[in-house]
Design a binder for this molecule. Structure first.
Ligand SMILES: [Zn+2]
Length: 161
């Protein structure tokens, strides 16, 4: 009898532990190499970039400074400086946001986003977790991808001659 009680207790404890662990993994924010408090991000980024990168906002179409920029260079994360997109992957999607057909390998994370009653794929900087925009499968080039990115999440390093 004692043995049965013991087994029941062990079973209960392990169930509790498992459910707590699952809860934690769902609610715990992902750990990124670059970590700052909200106040530090706000001070570094300014209002618009903070709203985009840290609060998953979207800039008004056509309002961003890189929408129609087609110079040679590299687009970096405004939050942490990671190189994300090369200018040779940029194209004019006529959608109002800078669009790329590919990201520099390993620099971008993909996450399912079910907000606004749509299912989209959110793109985030892999190093600081900053929200960049979304990626769609309707790109016109051979990659078939359209990375739709907010200008305010990016900086641009022009290629030197
Ligand atoms: Zn970043």
């Amino acid at each position: 009898m004692k043995k049965i009680v013991f087994i029941v207790i062990v079973a209960c404890v392990s169930v509790t532990c498992t459910s707590t662990a699952q809860k934690n993994s769902n609610t715990k924010p992902m750990e990124f190499k670059v970590q700052k408090t909200d106040a530090q991000w706000k001070a570094k980024l300014g209002d618009i970039s903070y709203y985009i990168l840290r609060q998953k906002g979207t800039e008004r179409p056509g309002s961003g400074e890189y929408n129609l920029l087609f110079k040679e260079g590299t687009y970096t994360c405004k939050g942490c400086g990671t190189k994300l997109f090369e200018s040779n992957s940029k194209f004019n999607a006529h959608c109002g946001w800078p669009s790329f057909d590919d990201a520099i390998e390993g620099t971008v994370l993909y996450k399912t986003d079910k907000s606004l009653a749509m299912q989209r794929t959110e793109i985030l900087c892999a190093k600081c977790g900053g929200h960049l925009g979304h990626v769609f499968n309707d790109g016109p080039t051979k990659t078939g991808k359209r990375y739709c990115v907010n200008s305010a999440s990016l900086d641009f390093e022009e290629k030197e001659d």
